[in-house]
Ligand binder design. Structure first.
Ligand SMILES: [Zn+2]
Length: 462
């Protein structure tokens, strides 16, 4: 309780420090000497280190890539890993995105929740441990990352120069503790279709989706046809029958068919409605003259269709951390080449090789190429590991909430640094505001975070 009283006494200081960071626009920009991610990011790092120094910590700046505040002695150290860079503000803000204004108990601004507020909460959590002179057996670092939102070039730089922590957490996701994060595979499947000089119905262009990890809410296809009016009627009838939101209109002598779905995170915690695959179910009903195109469309419908777990593709798998998710994120057709970006997230006990083997087995003989392959390994700490148990105990004590540790489909900053798991700052049931207009952190949540992090740091370091 002593810790919490001291946090309460520092309430206005914590708010003030968070404001000072929000007021620096730390979006990645062109590199400058000693500013690998641009001027704004460098300024935010300097400000965070200045704040840390002013409240009594040793600080280090690793050439503008990453910095840390440190307290205590001993060989091993535990760490809190957060980040000072932010995504661009975007449109639709009621309050200034870099103003740090408080309205109705909420502190507004880009980075308020992701991840400046939580970093300050952890920094002041550490200050309380120092102020009360609590006995600790390990060094403690608050690590200020600066490149989480774009390419995560900060942490590899750190790990080339510093030993990793023996334990710790990142305040950059959800409560309670996240003990498992699925493996993430992103790649393009590419298929070249030979051109044919057909005069009948023919696909001229397809375009849809914006990002691999988001269920696309829009896709369109441009069709050449001899009979525009009947094609429009066919689309209308199909839309009525399936209740898919698909419409058609004339465009420069061709027909443009538009498909509207429902956007959702690619991790498919909440299922969306995939606008691309919805459109493909329609294209499968057309009498296309190009046999190769027709076959490819049938292939995609037979093995993907409206499924979101890779069942028919033969890669479905499941364990206690959840099911595999399969998202068709984007499509682009150019010069008769169809490129589709897939985002697959697999439960932690499965192997990448095993999943890709099944994948290759399915596309065998189909002349589909794989390009731009990216993989992020799963992250897993047993529920009864001391790191998970310690954080869960602190969470329960401070909030009074009985909960189970989380398994999530998304990848957090924890994947960048060994021995770290995600812990907060968003409480269950709260609106997700990160990356959205009017991002905020509720003042009470900021303070509660500081209390939770103070106890968590102490429990890990004592
Ligand atoms: Zn973040």
């Amino acid at each position: 309780m002593k810790l919490n009283n001291r946090i309460e006494e520092m309430r206005s200081e914590i708010i003030q420090a968070t404001k000072s960071l929000i007021r620096i626009k730390s979006v990645e920009e062109k590199a400058k000497p000693n500013m690998p991610f641009g001027e704004g990011v460098a300024k935010a790092l300097e400000e965070a280190l200045k704040l840390s120094k002013n409240i009594g910590f040793n600080v280090k700046n690793l050439d503008g890539y990453v910095g840390y505040a440190e307290y205590g002695g001993g060989d091993d150290y535990i760490a809190v890993l957060g980040h000072l860079d932010v995504v661009p503000a975007g449109n639709g803000w009621t309050y200034s995105p870099y103003g740090g204004e408080v309205h109705g108990g909420k502190l507004y601004g880009r980075g308020a929740k992701d991840d400046k507020g939580p970093l300050i909460a952890a920094l002041y959590g550490l200050k309380v441990i120092k102020d009360l002179n609590l006995p600790i057996s390990k060094r403690i670092r608050i690590i200020f990352g600066t490149n989480e939102e774009t390419n995560t070039k900060d942490i590899p730089y750190y790990l080339d120069r510093e030993r990793p922590p023996t334990a710790g957490f990142t305040p950059d996701a959800y409560y309670p503790a996240v003990y498992a994060e699925k493996g993430i595979i992103t790649f393009d499947i590419v298929k070249n279709i030979k051109e044919n000089q057909s005069t009948g119905t023919k696909i001229l262009n397809i375009k849809g989706g914006q990002r691999a990890n988001v269920v696309p809410d829009y896709c369109e296809v441009l069709l050449q046809t001899q009979d525009a009016n009947s094609l429009i009627k066919i689309v209308k009838a199909y839309s009525l029958k399936t209740r898919y939101e698909i419409e058609a209109m004339k465009e420069n002598g061709n027909i443009l068919v538009k498909s509207y779905g429902i956007s959702a995170p690619g991790s498919l915690v909440v299922p969306g409605q995939n606008a691309i695959m919805q459109l493909f179910t329609f294209l499968d009903t057309l009498d296309l003259e190009n046999k190769e195109m027709k076959e490819y469309i049938s292939f995609l419908n037979q093995y993907i269709g409206m499924e979101t777990k890779g069942e028919s593709f033969g890669i479905y798998c499941k364990d206690e951390t959840g099911e595999l998710s399969f998202n068709v994120g984007t499509i682009d057709m150019n010069n008769n080449c169809i490129r589709i970006t897939l985002n697959i997230r697999y439960p932690v006990t499965f192997e990448l090789e095993h999943i890709m083997e099944s994948f290759h087995h399915r596309i065998e003989g189909s002349c589909i190429g794989i390009e731009n392959f990216k993989h992020k390994k799963p992250l897993y700490f047993p529920k009864d590991s001391s790191l998970v148990e310690t954080l869960m105990k602190v969470y329960k004590e401070q909030t009074g909430i009985e909960a189970e540790p989380l398994s999530i489909g998304g990848g957090t900053y924890a994947k960048a640094m060994p021995n770290i798991i995600a812990f907060g700052p968003t409480f269950p049931g709260k609106t997700i505001v990160a990356h959205k207009p009017d991002e905020y952190i509720e003042i009470e949540d900021l303070i509660l975070n500081a209390k939770i992090y103070a106890h968590a740091i102490y429990e890990l370091a004592k």
